[in-house]
Structures are given as structure tokens and as C-alpha cells.
Design a protein around this ligand. Sequence first.
Ligand code: AHR
Length: 512
Amino acid sequence: MSRARITLDRDFTIGEVPRRLFGSFVEHMGRCVYTGIYEPGHPEADENGFRQDVLKLVKELGATVIRYPGGNFVSGYNWEDGIGPRENRPRRLDGAWHTVETNAFGLHEFVDWSKQAGTEIMEAINLGTRGVEAAREIVEYANHPGGSYWSDLRAKNGHKDPFNIKLWCLGNEMDGPWQIGHKTADEYGRLAQEAAKAMRFVDPSLELVACGSSNSGMPTFGAWEQTVLTHTYDEVDYVSLHAYYQEHEGDVGSFLASAVDTDYFIESVIATADAVRAKGKHKKHINLSFDEWNVWYQRGLDTEDQPHNVIKAGWREHPRVIEDKYNVTDAVVVGTLLNSLLRHGDRVKIANQAQLVNVIAPILSEENGPAWKQTIFHPFARMAELAKGQILRLSVDSDKYSNARFGDTDLVDVSATWNEETGRVALFFANRGLEEAADVEVALRGFDARQVLRAEVLEIPEGGDRFTINTQEQTGRVGLTPLEGVKATGSELRLTLPALSWAVVELDVVKA
Ligand code: AHR
């Protein structure tokens, strides 16, 4: 049995939980839109073609803000292709994913779908093949009340009232050589600055995200942020981060420690942004938008849905692309990535798990068939539900294990929040130990624990192993079950985490 001793204190807080941390991402990629959220003719679809079975799961997931329409897709996308009567919308080749885009689903449909889902829109613009003009025109179309060419066209297309989209991404992964219209940091920085200026001339209330690095291993990482923010500092509010993690060649120890990289990535971007602030004598801070993150098996798999095979298969409409099936290990890693985001909630104000349905997603759906939850659905849904109020600063003294990529790493990973209004403390744990359970003791300074309101665990199910997944036939094989033996008395909480597990404990507390 390993041991971890954690101390939290009511007076030591990091900041308010940013609700936008529980964001997601819908890209026109594979089956995320088509046969994911949108499938006219499906028995569960409403008159708009929106699958209500999927919507129900999206609501249960608790996603707060959804980035759209890409991703790599957006860098070759004409937003005007997706408005107006469907029969007039062009079929286009999407070079990013080598598919045929029918444009049956576009901006109006996404706005209507978001209303049903109760989610905020985070709209990405194309700074790959397009530029300042298209950027300001889409803002006029979406947000101007009326009396101009683009806003009147919106009304003609069925939406008299403006969409009032506040949050916008200035392109996607523009540092990546794979990106359509890839640019140097100077080229992108200047374009983003001018696009931002023009967009804000139309609507000064926008919140804008500049592209940071596609991952912390990019050769330009650091220098990219510095150059881009030097150009854009006054015009933008956030800089983006993207990161995907996977198990490489059976090195599960390093995979389970992925959040160490997330911590490093976030802290490096904060340092770079603050250095630009100091050098430019700026007053405001640039915050972080971690607008793509997840587990994604990019190599090592050679299934029909991997990008190179999709290309070989020729131009198709919404083929299966990167439909990763997530196991118990992946869910534990996702729990630790969420912990890292939450622990940095003073500067990471937005985060979007990529993606929402089918494409590296917590929700899977079959054409004409059912929709169900993957293993990674559970830590996300519980944290989105329970992480409210103040983020607590923790002192963690955990036994460690050694792994090839990150050296000595805590076996127990944790984050916590305190909601003064409801009198609840929530703690989110992961045990990275593959073989050993972990004995956890939490000192609750400043609190008097009255009751354990909820204690749940995600672990290897009976008869399963760390690779166990949920399938269409067994949708609930991996899920949350009660965590037995959790004791909270006064200022102490004690629990045992099973080997390789993710757990949540919610306490009813009063101030001590
Ligand atoms: O989410 C899948 C892809 O990953 C996105 O299109 C791109 O931005 C990233 O590289």
C-alpha cells in the first residue's frame, strides 16, 4: 500500500473555478458533426436533425463552452458555405482530413444546437487560407444587430436576433507545418493582430484567443508565444495551448505521469506571457486557453480510421476518423489532466477536451444506432458537476514512482474545490499505482467535515484489466461505483484508493 498525506486550508485558495474549464470541441471531422450531433432521419433526431440521445449525454457530461468548427478543418473553411438554403450550399473538398464536406450543417445549425445543449459558443476563424476581411465579416454576420449587408443576410437566413458570440479563436495551430496556410510566428502574429483589430471594430466586446503552440514539444515552442504575443498583446485576451497524450510502446508509467507535462506546459506559457507583459510594459495579463487536450493514440495503431488510411480510401463524406476507444488507464490519465487544469485555474480560464462525439471523444454514437459513454466521460462529468466555488491550494506529500519520461512522480494526484454557498468541499483523486492501493489522509484545515455526501470510484472492473473499455454491447462496463470506507471526521478525511483508479469525494462542511 502506498501513502499520501494531503493538507488543504480554507484560507489558501487559487481563485474561482472558471466554468469554461469544462469545455469541449466540435470539429467538422470524421463523425463528430455528421452522425454524431447531427443525423437527420435517426430515430432520436428532432426536426432539426439534432440527435436527442447524444444531446442528453452532452448535458450529462456538463460541457460549458464548445469550440467550433475546427481544428485543422477551419484553416481551409469558408464560413459562408454553411449559411443560407441548404440546397444552395456547396460540396467542398476538405484537405485537412481528406473528406467531402456537404455543408448541410453550418453556423446557424451550430447556434441552434448550442441553444438546445445550453453551451456557450467559441467560434474559430480561418487564418490559414483567409484573413482580415472574412474575419470582420463573420463577426458582422454573427453579432451586428441589423442594418448592414451581413447582419441583414443573417436575418434573411432566419435569425433576426444577433448570435452574440463573445469568444473567438484567431485560427488554429498556425505553428504546425501540417496546417493549411501554416505561417511563421511573425507572419501569424501580424495577421492575428490585424484580424483582431478589424473584428473588434465591428464588436468591441469580443474575447479573442491567439494561437500558441500545438504542443510543448514543437521546435518553436516558447519563441512562438513570445513573438506572437509581442505582436498581439493589446488585441488579444488569451493564448492557446494544445496537448495530446498517449501510451508509447507499453511505457504506462510515463503515460500515467502525462499531467507533469501539462503542468510544465502551462507554467512555461504563463512565464512567457508575463515576460512579454514586462518587456512591453503592459498592464493586463494574458490568460490561457487550453483549447485542445485529451488522450489520443496518434501512432502505434493501424486501424481503418487512422488518417493515412482515410486518405488511401479516397474522398468520402464523414468517414470514421480517429475514433479512439478509451480504457481504464486513459480515464485515470484524463482525471489527472483535469486536475492539472483545475490547479492552474487562476490563469487557465478556458479548456476544451477534444472532441465531443466519436472523434477522440467521451461520447460514441452509431449511425442509426445508439449513443454511449466512454470511460473518459466519467471524470469529466463529475468534475464539471462538482468543481464549483474556490480552487484550493494543496500541499501533497505522496509516495512516488519512477518513470522514464518524468522521473519521480507522485503516485497520488489530487485537486480540490470549496463551494462556500453550498458548504461543500470536493476532492478529485487519481492513483497512478498500477499494482498498489493508496492510503490517503487529508487534513482539512479551517473546515469541520459533517458528512460524506458522495464517494465514487472508477477502477478496473471485476474480470477486466487496465485495457477494459465500454462497448456498444457493454456500455456500462467501466463507470463510477461507490467508494467504500471513506471516513470524514472533523478536520480529517481518510480513504483508500484502489490501484489504478480515479475517485471523487464530496463533503458537507462548516467553517471550523
Ligand atoms: O482534434 C484533432 C486535431 O488535432 C485538430 O483538428 C487539430 O487542431 C489538432 O492537431
